[in-house]
Design a protein around this ligand. Structure first.
Ligand SMILES: CSC[C@H]1O[C@H](OP(=O)(O)O)[C@H](O)[C@@H]1O
Length: 384
């Protein structure tokens, strides 16, 4: 199965990488996720035959990125239902696999809701499982559509904010097709600018400690043929000082009702740099990442990850395992490490939030609520 998936990857158009796919082999349905821990060296599919396997893939960031976590969570509920596992228990495990990205709980709730609704309407377990799968597929499609519309709105905003020559855009972490049913969020805007011949340079923060930028954004940018340059996170300040950045484009894991943005750690310092250097700081996220149930940024739970991600340098070589703690120590044994996966940027440092329903700038509670209100499926959601 994994080989088939890898083989299918080879034929994938540059820039559009299937980050996950539902498969129905004779031995029973599975969710195959592209193991992002092994990129860029290997394109290997991780075959999840049950929910614990998917939960482990989420926790170890084999599958990652807010919108994709929502899609994976929804398929996970469907997997539990079609394989006759305890669906409510599976939903609980999935929704709490990682705390910060609101999309995960949202996707789980979407599929669980469809399953329970079907049972309430008198359907049997098989039909209810089919309803959960249909909802996961719907969420997958919706996210792809949202990605395309975010790219349109984001490109139009860049044209407005950065008139004249091409854009030199700095991005952090990874926000492309690897986090989405489509081409992603912030990186989808950069891809649209690239296709329009307007992307002069994509500055790619390596994004310590898990190097999503160096490993994943560089991989996606190279496949798409973008003009990109990788930099150490610490070097971003000197790029701003040299006047080399026209705009910052980042994604989000949870946007609170007041417009506070939780995103990969290192986003907040970029917002401060952008403000000091009068550079637009743009957050690109679907409305499913806006959580009107969380009033302010101080209520967002920021995931604290294991210290070995900081004290060891871990790159999964081809064919090797991806077990935690298999890295090369870069600090003395026993070193304590502070390793928040995200930080929170206050709304006053965000120039605009770009969603599939449009742009809000400045970022206000009312503006966000209005954008979310335009959605068919409603906005963000209370955590499951
Ligand atoms: C647009 S979702 C991508 C978002 O998720 C990343 O976090 P992680 O790699 O830990 O899943 C990062 O915050 C990105 O901005």
């Amino acid at each position: 199965m994994a080989d088939q998936f890898a083989a299918s990857m080879a034929s994938v158009e540059p820039g559009s990488v299937p980050a996950l796919r539902w498969e129905e082999p004779p031995e029973g349905p599975v969710l195959v996720v592209l193991d992002q821990r092994r990129l860029p060296a290997e394109e290997v599919g991780l075959v999840c035959t049950d929910v614990p396997a998917l939960v482990d893939a989420v926790r170890t960031l084999a599958v990652r990125g807010a919108p994709l976590l929502g899609i994976a969570g929804a398929y996970g509920v469907a997997l539990a239902a079609v394989r006759g596992f305890d669906v409510v228990e599976a939903a609980e495990l999935l929704a709490h696999a990682r705390p910060t990205a609101v999309n995960l709980a949202y996707g789980v709730r979407r599929a669980l809701g469809a399953y329970e609704e079907a049972l309430k309407d008198g359907s049997g377990p098989a039909q209810a499982a089919a309803a959960a799968l249909a909802e996961a597929r719907a969420l997958h499609r919706e996210d792809a559509e949202a990605s395309a519309r975010m790219a349109e709105h984001g490109l139009a905003l860049l044209e407005e904010l950065v008139p004249g020559g091409g854009f030199r855009v700095l991005t952090h972490c990874n926000t492309g097709a690897l986090v989405s049913g489509g081409e992603g969020t912030a990186l989808a805007v950069a891809s649209a600018a690239h296709r329009a011949g307007r992307l002069r340079r994509l500055w790619v923060d390596e994004t310590r400690p898990l190097l999503q930028g160096a490993r994943l954004t560089a991989y996606e940018a190279a496949r798409a043929g973008m003009a990109y340059t990788l930099l150490a996170d610490n070097a971003a300040g000197s790029l701003f000082a040299a006047g080399e950045v026209d705009a910052v484009l980042i994604g989000a894991d949870r946007i609170a009702a007041d417009g506070s943005v939780a995103n990969k750690v290192g986003s907040y310092p970029l917002a401060v740099l952008a403000r000091y250097h009068h550079v637009p700081f743009l957050v690109v996220a679907p409305v499913t990442t806006v959580d009107l149930g969380t009033p302010t940024g101080s209520e967002i739970e920021v995931e604290q990850r294991p210290g070995h991600e900081i004290t060891e340098f871990t790159v999964v070589p081809p064919g090797a395992g991806a077990e935690p703690g298999t890295g090369v120590p870069v600090a003395p044994l026993g070193t304590q490490a502070y390793n928040p996966a995200f930080d929170v940027t206050p709304p006053e440092l965000v120039t605009a939030v770009v969603t599939e329903n449009g742009v809000v700038s400045p970022v206000t509670r009312a503006g966000l609520a209005e954008l979310c209100g335009r959605s068919r499926r409603g906005s963000g959601s209370e955590p499951a």
